[in-house]
Design a protein around this ligand. Structure first.
Ligand code: UDP
Ligand code: MG
Length: 323
């Protein structure tokens, strides 16, 4: 059986289009399936639209989070509850064409791999800014994490039950699945697709969220004050380099008191390096701090599969704690 996990945040305008397009694809796969729509605390008509759709589409299952938890947490909630032997995650805005699911499933079965990444071979419909920042982001992340996340692979992917179980067993904090999954190192394959235009509505990923995703990818939690020291150190480093050049120039021009050059360079350089080191140390202390807090990434309010159970009783089922 296949589970199709779809995070949705205020997607009322795209929902009818999405359902209309996904249903024939899912029905035509030739396998049993469930569509797990994760309503990420939407404040528009998304929950109503989902309930309406459920009347005519029994395979549609609805999870609702109590509050907006973010794209990654919403996917995590879906993964924690999905029942399929294979699980596909895709966005609701039709940027990831559902037709590719058939191809992913075929590749997974024929090549016996655990993960099939959807690779955005053609992103011409994304803005140049989005493409540029994304490219930088993936390059930096591959450097930093030492993983080999396929470049241009987003959150459109198929995973085996073993992969999903491995992810579910990981601690929750700001885990960014597109790097967590490659880091597992399970056998994988890729399927190319063309990134399409958002079918309706607007992006739920403003620049601030994109930045946060990037920072989470590197650090696993927001520790702005500690990070500040890191950035200050980097800035200081650049400043020291400028000073170095200036000091060397001044010395060559012969207009300095002896010893001034080296003093300035050393003071500025050491200050920068110390702040940088402190910042890096802070990142690790911060991770321990976050782990000790064991804050759940999301709170599940409702699962249509157990709709007869009062919501209050199931509210803590989705709140996982770090082990
Ligand atoms: N999304 C979500 N919670 C959020 C933000 C986004 O569940 O806080 C969902 C959104 O509904 C969509 C997917 O995540 O299905 C990707 O968001 P979007 O298409 O807005 O991002 P973009 O493609 O612009 O990066
Ligand atoms: Mg999108």
């Amino acid at each position: 059986m296949l589970s199709i996990v779809v995070p949705m945040f205020n997607e009322e305008s795209v929902l009818p289009l999405f359902i209309e397009r996904l249903r024939p694809v899912a029905d035509g796969l030739g396998v049993g399936y469930e569509v797990v729509a994760v309503d990420d605390g939407s404040s528009d008509g998304t929950p109503v639209g989902l309930q309406r759709a459920r009347r005519t589409w029994p395979q549609l299952r609805v999870l609702r989070l109590r509050a907006n938890a973010g794209h990654q947490a919403a996917i995590s909630a879906g993964l924690a509850r999905a029942l399929g032997d294979y699980v596909v995650t895709l966005d609701a805005d039709l940027q990831d064409p559902p037709e590719v699911i058939a191809e992913m499933l075929r590749v997974a079965r024929e090549q016996h791999v655990d993960v099939v990444y959807g690779v955005r071979a053609d992103r011409s419909t994304d803005t140049a800014f989005k493409r540029g920042t994304a490219r930088l982001f993936y390059r930096a992340m591959n450097r930093l994490s030492g993983t080999t996340a396929p470049p241009e692979a987003g959150d459109y992917r198929l995973m085996s039950r073993a992969t999903v179980a491995a992810i579910n067993a990981l601690p929750e904090y700001g885990r960014v699945l597109r790097f967590v999954v490659p880091a597992l190192g399970f056998p994988s394959a890729t399927v190319d697709y063309r990134r399409e235009e958002r079918a309706a509505g607007s992006s739920k990923y403003p620049l601030a969220k994109m930045l946060r995703l990037s920072v989470d990818s590197v650090t696993a939690f927001s520790l702005a004050p500690l990070r500040f020291a890191t950035y200050l150190g980097l800035l200081g480093g650049v400043f020291a380099l400028g000073l170095l050049l200036f000091a060397l120039y001044a010395r060559a021009a012969g207009e300095v008191v002896a010893g001034w050059t080296s003093t300035v360079v050393i003071v500025a350089g050491m200050g920068a390096v110390q702040l940088l080191a402190l910042g890096v140390l802070g990142e690790y202390v911060g991770r321990l701090y976050a782990a000790a807090q064991a804050r759940p990434a999301y709170h599940l309010a409702y699962d249509s599969l157990e709709a007869d159970t009062p919501a209050a009783q199931t509210s803590d089922l989705g709140s996982r704690r770090a082990s």
